[in-house]
Design a protein around this ligand. Structure first.
Ligand code: ATP
Length: 526
């Protein structure tokens, strides 16, 4: 059992196990002559302390408004109208506290901050006290984004993980505001990257590569382009849950459907406005060309390189006008040889970018072929046991907490059941066998032709074979668990786990506690 989160009181330690699923309480045995702790397993608490979450959020998420200025996204009139400079608007944000969203039971509890398009509140369900995130936008803003975002989230809810759960969408105060109630997530990759010293380790980056190519595959197979790749738009799950290792995509405001109603691909166009963040956007986007699936993946690779190296060659380019700057950055991307861009990184990244850049506008990326080398790399470099719960932030981030620093200086709690040497050597042999069989299966996958267009991603199929480390049950139970094992399983057993086109076309299952079409008539007519 690997302990990653700890809370201490004078006589006991409380630790979440490395699934984040179970709370273990280690009680000091005061009367015993032998030192040690007894272990009691408690179910994870259902209800979260809202003040703790509020403080946590303030600490680990930058003020969204600062962030939007940094990325250069133009603030919408709605966001501008919410500046705290005017007393009226400040009181607007305060006035929503205690208000319910539509006729649901979700209430705004604390104001967290404002992004380019709206404000974020911490909310709570009236009965269950479960905490949620509530994104709010003015009902009368010029370009309503929130309903569009809600629709894209809805299309993606069939993905087993990587997308926040959406609970409801509805008006507040008779439509003066619209609100999207969703699962409350943890810190962003931007913040975690900063916390980890501005660079992630190779292992973390490889594991993120697998998670994110798979996530983009799910988005693309749902007919959607993401078009807003940047570290601030990917959030981890909350730290005290099994989703602390899962990367979630948020901010779907720039999404676009690449598949039209008749099933055909959108058409190629030029002189399009730039969409996304210039640092990560693809060369085609930089050149004003219509984006397609290849551009999402190219942007993803730039972000991964940035995560590993801490810098991209085109950072710091300045010019007199934005257009000129974008042009210069585009030229720098074209002129930087791929091996130079990926220097100091495994060869797999050079090959990944080369293969993505060679895709045609309408071409479907071979997601499995893109993923396979990274499973192999992980297996080769890190004696793969699919223990993908080892990420940089499970180490350095928490170590920064004074409680954990204190805990580190304390003697490790001793588990009562001692593990015999025999059982250790038995597990080592078992692990070696497992690893060998896994390597064979990965090799077999590499030799197979890539899955074709008729197949798509699994919606919570889990890991029924159990060969990958037990991700299945957790995935079925809400998208936590062991994502790499689950992703590998899906790629190894594509026939079992892939959804049919018919299933994909079925309406998404939204957890809408209004129990009716949650779109308010006011919003629909906009
Ligand atoms: N489900 C969530 N749980 C926790 N925080 C969230 C959630 N959704 C969004 N946030 C946070 O809210 C802020 C704004 O969210 P989002 O990026 O969706 O809005 P935006 O107005 O489009 O922002 P941007 O300025 O990036 O355009 C960000 O700091 C983000 O981390």
């Amino acid at each position: 059992m690997q302990i990653i989160l700890s809370i201490k009181s004078s006589s006991s330690y409380a630790n979440y196990d490395n699934n984040g699923d179970t709370l273990y309480v280690f009680k000091r045995r005061q009367s015993s002559t032998t030192s040690g702790f007894s272990i009691r397993k408690l179910p994870q608490p259902q209800e979260t302390n809202i003040d703790f979450l509020y403080e946590y959020y303030q600490k680990y998420n930058k003020n969204p408004r600062q962030r939007s200025r940094q990325t250069g996204k133009a603030a919408s009139p709605a966001a501008a109208a919410n500046t705290t400079e005017t007393g009226k608007n400040q009181s607007d944000t305060e006035s929503l506290i205690g208000k319910y969203v539509g006729n649901s039971k979700y209430m705004a509890v604390k104001y967290l901050g404002g992004g380019s398009f709206g404000n974020l509140y911490l909310g709570q369900h009236r009965d269950s006290r479960v905490t949620v995130a509530i994104k709010i936008e003015r009902g009368d803003c010029d370009k309503p984004q929130l309903f569009l975002e809600y629709r894209f989230y809805k299309k993606l809810t069939r993905l087993p993980r990587g997308v926040p759960k959406i609970y409801t969408f509805g008006p507040i105060e008779d439509g003066r505001w619209n609100a999207l109630v969703m699962e409350l997530l943890g810190p962003s990759l931007e913040k975690m990257h900063e916390n980890c010293g501005g660079r992630f380790s190779l292992r973390t980056v490889i594991q993120m590569t697998i998670q994110m190519i798979h996530l983009y595959r799910g988005i693309h197979e749902s007919g959607i382009l993401y078009r807003d790749t940047k570290p601030a738009n990917f959030l981890l799950g909350q730290p005290n849950t099994g989703k602390w290792w899962i990367i979630h995509v948020i901010d779907l405001g720039f999404c676009k459907e690449w598949r039209r109603e008749d099933g055909s691909h959108i058409v190629y166009q030029e002189n399009k406005p730039f969409t996304g963040t210039v640092r990560y956007m693809s060369i085609n986007n930089n050149m004003g060309r219509e984006q397609s699936r290849r551009d999402d993946l190219e942007a993803l690779v730039y972000m991964l390189i940035y995560f590993y190296k801490g810098r991209l060659p085109w950072q710091g380019i300045t010019a007199n006008t934005i257009i000129e700057r974008y042009r210069m950055i585009g030229e720098c991307k074209v002129n930087t040889p791929i091996p130079t861009l990926c220097s100091d990184m495994p060869m797999e990244y050079t090959l990944l970018l080369q293969s993505i850049r060679s895709l045609h506008f309408e071409e479907r990326p071979s997601y499995s072929n893109l993923l396979t080398p990274f499973f192999q790399l992980l297996a080769r470099e890190y004696a793969l046991e699919m223990n993908d719960r080892v990420y940089d932030w499970t180490m350095s981030h928490e170590i920064k907490s004074p409680t954990l620093r204190f805990m580190q200086q304390q003697p490790e709690p001793v588990e009562e059941q001692s593990v015999s040497e025999k059982s250790i050597s038995y597990s080592a042999t078992k692990a070696a066998k497992y690893r060998k069989s896994l390597m064979n299966r990965i090799q077999a996958m590499a030799n197979q032709p890539d899955d074709d267009n008729s197949k798509s991603v699994s919606a919570g199929t889990g890991n029924p074979g159990g060969s990958g480390g037990g991700g299945g049950a957790a995935a079925a139970a809400g998208g936590g668990g062991n994502p790499l094992a689950d992703i590998l399983h899906q790629h190894l057993n594509t026939d079992q786990s892939l959804l049919s086109t018919k299933q994909l076309n079925q309406p998404a299952n939204i957890m809408d506690d209004n129990n009716h079409n949650s779109t308010s008539p006011t919003t629909q007519s906009k």
